[in-house]
Structures are given as structure tokens and as C-alpha cells.
Design a protein around this ligand. Structure first.
Ligand SMILES: [Zn+2]
Length: 206
């Protein structure tokens, strides 16, 4: 009887290991760093790195991401980054209402896929040159993760929050250490679009 239970436990553990490995492969394929993969799966760093090696041996492209990774404040230090982070984290927070307390990896993945689908359309008709068509750089999924991690973080120097704009009532992403101006990226974008639109019209006049 006891032997039967042990056998059952071993079998269950084998299945759990297999599930962890499959999930880890999935996370690597999406583009996450090893630290995210080990956190999410409970695999050790060497187990995760071995899996990554296996993927490469299978001819699958897995990006190496050495170094400490992006800090949220660095990602919002351009107008485009500031606006994109605000859009992406609004999507993320609608999927994970507890974003200030928990980092939900599945919500990050889903928010990122919605962001990728929508961001081109959002900027496509922008008159603002920096943001039009292909003129901006999209975030990677790992960068999306860093933004979400800062939102949850209690570390004063590296934390981020969603602030409500008093004018347009939209929430925007704000990090405590960012050097870019702290006014609302959505209002800023609208003002620039309107003024550059006017400038273009004037330029077209004889
Ligand atoms: Zn605003």
C-alpha cells in the first residue's frame, strides 16, 4: 500500500517536472530572461540554462540577455517609451487589478500580445513624426515584465506607479527615478499632434 503511494508520488512529481520544463521552454520562446523562467517554474538556474541549451541545439533561436536587464526608469526616458509604457501598463492593469501588489506573469504575456497588436494602429495615423509608422521602437516582452515588476516593487528607488492625469483623467505610468518630464504623456502627445498638424497645414499654404 505504502509502496503504491510512493510510486504514485513519484509519478506525480515526474509529471510536475515535465510541466515545469514545458512551461520554461514556452517562456524562453516568448523571450523572457532566465531569472523570470526560474521564478515562474521553480527550476534551478542550471536546469533552466540546460533547457535553453537544448532549445538552441534544436535550432530554435533563443535570445541571450546578459547583464542586469532593463530598469523601468530607463525604458520611459523617451517620449515614445513613456507613452508606450503608459499604454502597455494600462492594458496590464486592466487584466491584473492587483498589479500594485502582485506580478502576474500570464497577465504580462496577454497584455504584451494586445499591446503588440494595437500599438501600430494607435500610432499609424499619428502626425507626430517620432511616433508614426515604424519610427518608434517597440518594447520586448522582457521589458514589459520589467515595467510590471516596478509597478509591484516596494523598492523606493526603482518603483513605479500609475498616476491619474488631472486633465484627461487617464492613468499614466510614472517611475520615481525617471528624468523625462512628469506631465501626462497622453496630453503631451495630443498637444504635439495638434501643433505639428497646424504647422504642416501652414507649410502647405502658398
Ligand atoms: Zn492627460
Amino acid at each position: 500500500m505504502l509502496g503504491g503511494n510512493m510510486k504514485q508520488n513519484r509519478k506525480t512529481r515526474g509529471i510536475q517536472d515535465a510541466v515545469s520544463r514545458i512551461y520554461a521552454r514556452y517562456l524562453y520562446l516568448l523571450g523572457f530572461r532566465t531569472s523570470v523562467v526560474t521564478d515562474a517554474t521553480g527550476l534551478s538556474e542550471s536546469q533552466a540554462r540546460n533547457l535553453k541549451k537544448e532549445l538552441k541545439e534544436e535550432g530554435i533561436v533563443v535570445k541571450d540577455q546578459p547583464g542586469p536587464g532593463s530598469m523601468a526608469d530607463g525604458l520611459v526616458n523617451s517620449r515614445s517609451g513613456y507613452l508606450q509604457a503608459s499604454i502597455l501598463m494600462n492594458i496590464y492593469r486592466s487584466l491584473n487589478p492587483n498589479a500594485e501588489r502582485n506580478l502576474d506573469l500570464e497577465s504580462v504575456i496577454e497584455a504584451y500580445s494586445i499591446y503588440l497588436k494595437e500599438i501600430g494602429a494607435i500610432f499609424r495615423n499619428s502626425i507626430d513624426y517620432d511616433l508614426s509608422a515604424e519610427g518608434f521602437e517597440r518594447f520586448t516582452i522582457q521589458q514589459a515584465y520589467s515595467l510590471a515588476a516596478a509597478l509591484r516593487s516596494n523598492d523606493i528607488d526603482y518603483s513605479a506607479s500609475m498616476r491619474e492625469c488631472p486633465d484627461c483623467k487617464t492613468y499614466f505610468y510614472f517611475t520615481t527615478r525617471q528624468t523625462v518630464v512628469d506631465d501626462c504623456p497622453f496630453c503631451n502627445w495630443r498637444v504635439r499632434s495638434i501643433s505639428s498638424g497646424t504647422a504642416n497645414q501652414n507649410a502647405a499654404l502658398p
